[in-house]
Write a protein that binds this ligand. Sequence first.
Ligand code: PMP
Length: 405
Amino acid sequence: SELWQNVPLAPPDSIFKLTAAYKADTYAKKVNLGVGAYRDDDNKPWVLPVVKKAEQIILNTPALDHEYLPITGLPEFTTAAANLILGSDSRAISETRVTSVQTISGTGANHLGALFLSRFYPWSGNKEIYLSDPTWANHQAIFKNVGITPVNYPYYDPKTIGLDFDGFLSSLKSAPAGSVFLLHACAHNPTGVDPTREQWSTIADAILEKGHYAFFDCAYQGFASGDLDNDAWAIRFFVDKGVNMLVCQSFAKNAGLYGERVGALHIISTSKEAAERVRSQLSVLQRSEISNPPTYGARIVTLILNDPALFDEWKRDIQTMAGRIINMRKQLFKLLTEELHTPGNWDHIVNQIGMFSFTGITPEQSKILTEKYHIYLTANGRISMCGLNSSTIGYFAESLDKVVR
Ligand code: PMP
């Protein structure tokens, strides 16, 4: 008999399936709004000019070898990455209470954080993590993989196409003390809906009151608003408030280093001694998983973060990307409301933030967009703003208009 006969055939990943269907489509005006990576106005991947400069520097540094990095990664990288996300004036950093480990991009940070919690978090009952409904689909799989059961907390309200703040808050209040909540630091994926600063403050109070743990996932720092500090606001606020927390950091989007897998996990402890114990165990876990993280992308980011001129240039590149996306939001909003007079309220298109927008259309309408108009998007009505550009936005607005009428 066949050895693998009991292995069930898994369905293909829905996003990668969408891309394959788009590629196979021969229609000239086809549009891919499923893509989770930045595209320039010509629908091309964009290598950041600052990244090209850093690569040139690496190429011209003959002393660089291909030795292994330390288990926890390139120290100059993890230090600079912590400063970037927690703020260089962070008390947690000056008090050496932060354990930073280089990871396989944001996914690896989520995994290592999840694995660490699974082993060492003082669970009082079931191992559970509260995830926003909806969330990045991979969160479910990542936590299940390490034996932590995902449970949902209300987040998105289809009626307002905005935040279900009351639902979120009552979930924080009713969850058993010491529960673990995953929070998207900015540019929530897939909805593009973020809490306001006032709401974050209320969330932090509720978390402190119940002794919950905050598992921050930050995949879009700078990419959301165009400003690195602004997008890290919630994280820094929570650290200041003394919330028990960790942060998953990715350089995939903000540095356009998707395939290089550059990221970090930062666990904030209450003492230097605790941070050292945490570091020792993260090293043990990392050793058995990947031995040590990859060098190339970390070198690029280290150069950019530690050289003031390159850092300034990076900030301009980030503004180029975020600016184009924000501009697409404005244009789409204008086309729908002023030119096409599309029925319904479209304020959410400009109010939402980051790479993705929840249009609020139904799965049926989304299906028609794909089947009739060759516009590829996920069934939940999420569109990647990066798929829109000067040549596709008009066609998309007209098609959306027809579908919702
Ligand atoms: N978290 C969220 C919410 C994301 O959207 C992503 C990217 N799609 C990631 C984490 C991780 O991405 P990466 O592993 O490429 O850094």
